[in-house]
Design a protein around this ligand. Structure first.
Ligand SMILES: NC(=O)c1ccc[n+]([C@@H]2O[C@H](COP(=O)([O-])OP(=O)(O)OC[C@H]3O[C@@H](n4cnc5c(N)ncnc54)[C@H](O)[C@@H]3O)[C@@H](O)[C@H]2O)c1
Length: 268
């Protein structure tokens, strides 16, 4: 569904809310930015890939949405601080922070270089810490806010050659629950998203690098899903929308699974 399809329907779940999304240049982050903007949000988009995030923001602006973009590296405290300053110059409130930016790390644990381990921990885990740390004081002062942390269904069930990546996503899920305990008294809700295999540039790149014939790999991946299909970025974007809006006001400290049934059971 495009941004324009929503116009005039009167269903604006995020009207005038300021929603921050990291990794908003591509994949799930870009899809979520478009869905949030279509729901009336002003999306503040950060990504290390400045060209990608600029392009996504321009698509939203062209469709009549509200968006700003900034080059942000979630692993860099100064870069995050600069983003926080720019966002707070534009707005007097922050409603939603979606900690989405992430990278993959593939290999059995003994094959994972120290460099790759440090990098995946820095982006997927420390990035969530740094961005949350920067904006939580605003939310505490406002006594309201929503934080959505990107975990993965790999946090709760193992997958071949993903130990380093899984370590970061498991940590994000446990961090989410303890953050919720800390910030519930301030009216802040903190939840995690646990997607399965979502067909994004992230998965596309991996398939191209890891398989001689990516279409065979896609067919195998589809067989793993109870629904027989891979997820789309929109499947996760609408789950993020649910967690971001008031309809989920009773959902605190949860991990919302969006995985085509892959963790429910094996199809054969
Ligand atoms: N695609 C899947 O199957 C899947 C499944 C479960 C969880 N996830 C998680 O969802 C999130 C988004 O994944 P995606 O598939 O959309 O990936 P993607 O690669 O398509 O997009 C990720 C975006 O994050 C940005 N990014 C990377 N490092 C960054 C940094 N240091 N600072 C700021 N931005 C940075 C990239 O430039 C990119 O635009 C990730 O956290 C990923 O681990 C993805």
């Amino acid at each position: 569904m495009s941004v324009t399809d929503w116009e005039g329907m009167g269903i604006m779940r995020l009207s005038n809310r300021v929603c921050l999304i990291t990794g908003a240049g591509k994949g799930i982050g870009a899809a979520t930015a478009k869905v949030f903007a279509a729901e009336g949000a002003w999306v503040e988009m950060g990504d290390v890939d400045v060209e990608a995030v600029r392009q996504t923001a321009e698509e939203i602006l062209l469709a009549g949405g509200k968006a700003s973009w900034q080059q942000v590296d979630v692993t860099d405290e100064l870069s995050v601080a600069k983003w926080e300053q720019m966002v707070m110059e534009r707005h007097d409130c922050v409603d939603v922070v979606f900690n989405n930016a992430g990278i993959s790390a593939v290999g059995e644990l003994h094959e994972v270089s120290r460099e790759l381990w440090d990098r995946v921990v820095a982006v997927n885990l420390t990035g969530v810490y740094l961005v949350s740390k920067a904006f939580i004081p605003e939310m505490m002062e406002q006594r309201k806010g929503v934080i959505i942390n990107m975990s993965s269904c790999i946090a709760t069930s193992g997958l071949l050659r993903r130990a380093a990546y899984a370590a970061t996503k498991g940590a994000v899920l446990s961090m989410t629950k303890s953050m919720q305990v800390d910030y519930a008294p301030y009216g802040i809700r903190v939840n995690a998203l646990l997607p399965g295999t979502i067909y994004t540039p992230f998965v596309e790149d991996y398939l191209k690098r890891a398989y001689d014939n990516p279409s065979v790999a896609i067919a195998q991946l589809k067989q793993r899903q109870l629904g027989g299909e891979l997820g789309t970025p929109d499947d996760v974007a609408y789950a993020a929308l649910y967690l971001a809006c008031d309809e989920s006001k009773y959902v605190l400290g949860s991990g919302l699974v969006v995985d085509g049934g892959v963790t429910a059971g094996k199809p054969f």
